[in-house]
Design a protein around this ligand. Sequence first.
Ligand SMILES: [Mg+2]
Length: 206
Amino acid sequence: MLAKQQRAQQGARQVSAVGQGLRRAGVSRRRCAGATRTGDSVRAMRAIFLDIDGVLNSSRTPNPRKFPYVVDPGLLQRLLSLQQRTDAQVILSSTWRYDPVGLLAAKHFGIPFNDVIPDMPGEPRKKEITSWLAAHSLERYVVIDDEDDDLDDLPLFQPSPGDGLSDELANGVADYLEGKTDKDMRRNRIVRAVQNVQAMLNGHSG
Ligand SMILES: [Mg+2]
């Protein structure tokens, strides 16, 4: 009973810490609605579930001080253009989201996120994403993540961790969100394994 209470208190503290981090980072607690009103029409929402490491930074991003949170300005610009083109909400799925410092770093670098997926310790990222999806109604969504992380049933767009978000991948995401194609873009499992080892050797952690 005592252990259960302690777990509940710990959970409440974590939720509170993330909430404070979000507010400090200037992120509204308002949850994204299933549709947004534009002029006289109501348009269903599009969303990008965004990993950061290996997407907005790569093993080639300069990081001489080995900071834990780093963003490549060129890759960020590509995301900003993609968001502008598709008018998609960005939902952070990166591990940055459950560290208040990571959230502040995301805000500091200008990553345009609207919400974060829940933190469910011990559960795979896919479960955290599907839990968010269950509470929202979307027109189209994509997951951009360089790891396989059990995401294979989702519309997955997988950068190489050595390159991050490429033009080709960003165009594929835009075409998918605009309904021009139903094809996602994943790396072959063997290529993925080799690239992940190379990225690890070059210092990219996830
Ligand atoms: Mg990653």
